[in-house]
Write a protein that binds this ligand. Structure first.
Ligand code: TRP
Length: 324
């Protein structure tokens, strides 16, 4: 049997460079490897675990899929779908929640962070976030999950839940492992923390044009002297340089050390390199935008294929738990 892969991105907005490097590149790599069977979804139900706008969500649960397709996810090779269209995920999450304690979920760092960010919204949905994510993965018995490093606590929870289920109910769930990509930690353009949709000025959109990228990259704060210790912003720039133009990384490091580095030269070099990678994605997106019926058909097909697999797993779980 082929090894199964599942991954997803929340529908909080259009994809940015952090999603692309941290998750989508890993998805692409596994999709092209014939040893794997790949399932990629938009985690639209996870979006409602923090405050959101209804019309934005309605739009983004489709837009993320169009971003996936433009970035190279291929419906001939991967099952591309919407989480909410496979209600078995939510059903399975409830069954799984019976082997998880409240205390365990309250102690996850990801839960604590979100509660700090939205103190008025410490909801049950938020507490259940990792259990739904586990259901996403286990509904397909996926052992590999291409995600960024920040998702490790969730995967650890998923492994524990899988173990408990196997022990208590004799299921055969795998222990899901993260699949690491080179760009698994993408810093914010502000120089502080990771690139995130929820921090203004921290991200580059996949749809940004050359001049927008230039403006954003030029705005990354750098120290005013070359040489010596690198500032946070400068470290960020060198991370981008390594990701998008590894061949010129040595040359710029040397210039920095000798004190002759012109920051604007480094910034413009990075800008060009990022744009070069994004340009074909943008061209593809424009083409897809002219054919909404084609996109709708891909989504409908993907949803149906995913549901078939998830249904089988849920049926099995119900039988093993005494619910059928
Ligand atoms: N929690 C993930 C994130 O924020 C999104 C997600 C939801 C996911 N369900 C998943 C990722 C299942 C991988 C597998 O990035």
């Amino acid at each position: 049997m082929k090894k199964r892969v599942l991954s997803g991105i929340r529908a909080t907005g259009r994809l940015h460079l952090g999603n692309y490097l941290g998750a989508v590149k890993g998805m692409l790599e596994l999709q092209d490897n014939t040893e794997y069977e790949t399932f990629y979804m938009v985690a639209d139900v996870h979006t409602i675990t923090t405050p959101y706008n209804v019309e934005e969500l309605r739009k983004n649960r489709r837009e993320v899929i169009v971003d996936y397709l433009s970035a190279g996810l291929d419906p001939e090779k991967s099952v591309i779908f919407q989480q909410s269209e496979v209600p078995e995920h939510m059903e399975l999450a409830f069954y799984l929640s019976s082997v998880v304690t409240i205390a365990k979920m309250q102690h996850l760092p990801t839960f604590k962070d979100k509660v700090k960010q939205y103190p008025q919204h410490a909801t049950m949905a938020l507490l259940n976030y990792p259990i739904l994510m586990t259901a996403d993965i286990l509904a397909y018995k996926a052992g590999f999950v291409p995600v960024g490093i920040d998702q490790e606590p969730h995967l650890e929870a998923a492994r524990e839940i899988a173990r408990r289920m196997n022990q208590d109910y004799n299921t055969d769930f795998p222990q899901p492992q993260s699949f690491k990509t080179e760009g698994e930690y993408i810093p914010a353009l502000t120089g502080k923390g990771k690139m995130s949709k929820s921090v203004e000025g921290s991200y580059i959109n996949l749809t940004d044009d050359l001049e927008t990228i230039r403006k954003k990259i030029r705005a990354v704060p750098t120290a005013d002297t070359s040489g010596g210790e690198k500032s946070e912003g400068l470290r960020t720039l060198f991370i981008f340089l390594k990701l998008f133009s590894p061949e010129s990384s040595g040359e710029f490091e040397k210039k920095f050390e000798s004190g002759s580095l012109q920051f604007v030269e480094l910034k413009d070099h990075i800008t060009e390199a990022i744009f070069k990678e994004l340009e074909p994605i943008q061209t593809d997106r424009k083409r897809l935008e002219t054919d909404p019926a084609f996109v709708d058909k891909i989504i409908k097909n993907g949803n149906e294929k995913a549901r078939e697999v998830a249904k089988k797993t849920v049926k099995e779980v119900r039988e093993k738990m005494g619910l059928a």
